[in-house]
Design a protein around this ligand. Structure first.
Ligand code: UDP
Ligand code: MG
Length: 251
């Protein structure tokens, strides 16, 4: 039997988890066949972001008899940016995908995002055209998207859609700062990567509760946009167009 730990991985799917005990088993049952249909060399990377419910125990049980599942546990709850950052950094796949743990994203959409990468994109970003979130969330998110796009000169419809697939090297644009998970497509474009949007299915939360409302996003969001503007303003754009190196010594 090949040792999975040393095998080449084509696709890692990173899932951030904070108190999602009701969704985890169902998610794995939906996600794993889809990942396997894309490649036999896949891994599912769960990052337990300091859950206080039964998520840790359930993840241990799920991973115990499934070598394709890897679980990382953060020392305490650090927020979604940290959970994703930790997962992307540890993912071994040539392609890295991500989606939320709460079943709001539909794993069945993953193959289309992977296909977009095979067709030439560096990052494929989901676009929830028909969001199944409460009205206040949908409205605030629409305004935030519009404002973010305006301020960062971006044209991505759903920049915060949790479902994405990217080439491994694109993760380098995720600097270790809180809030940057909301700007990954913008950061990727800034670095010269090709980003495409793919319409994806969205479902209402079935189990547990949302951790993000209007008030814990809006002020941080404004501050974070300023950081992105600063980066855009101060970005280095040099090219090395000539190299003079010592000639190879003659024999
Ligand atoms: N999450 C996390 N750490 C947190 C908050 C949330 O890892 O501190 C995870 C959560 O388990 C889910 C994803 O991030 O998989 C998105 O969270 P949520 O569904 O609550 O946000 P919403 O979709 O309502 O914006
Ligand atoms: Mg959610």
């Amino acid at each position: 039997m090949t040792d999975f730990r040393n095998a080449r991985i084509d696709l890692s799917v990173v899932v951030p988890v904070f108190n999602e005990e009701g969704s985890l088993r169902e998610l794995v049952a939906e996600l794993e066949p889809v990942a396997r249909s894309i490649t036999s060399e896949y891994e599912l990377v769960f990052v337990n972001d300091g859950s206080t419910d039964a998520s840790a125990r359930i993840l241990d049980e799920i991973a115990h008899d499934n070598p394709r599942i890897v679980v990382f546990r953060l020392d305490r709850n650090h927020g979604l940016s940290s959970a994703l950052h930790a997962g992307f950094l540890r993912a071994r796949g040539t392609l890295i995908g991500t989606l939320d743990a709460d079943l709001q994203n539909d794993p069945a959409d993953l193959p289309r995002l992977v296909q977009a990468i095979h067709e030439g994109a560096d990052m494929a970003c989901g676009w929830r055209r028909d969001r199944k979130d409460p009205f206040v969330k949908r409205a605030s998110s629409k305004i935030a998207n519009w404002w973010r796009n305006r301020r960062t000169d971006s044209a991505i419809h759903d920049v915060t859609c949790p479902m994405k697939v990217m080439k491994r090297e694109v993760r380098d644009v995720f600097y270790p700062f809180h809030g940057l998970h909301r700007f990954l497509p913008t950061l990727a474009q800034m670095a010269g990567h090709r980003v495409v949007e793919i319409p994806v299915n969205h479902r209402a939360r079935k189990h547990g509760t949302s951790k993000y409302g209007v008030w814990n996003r809006v002020f941080r969001g404004i501050r974070d946009v300023r950081a992105i503007q600063w980066m855009q303003d101060r970005r280095m754009t040099y090219r090395v167009d000539r190299v003079v190196a010592p000639a190879e010594p003659r024999r």
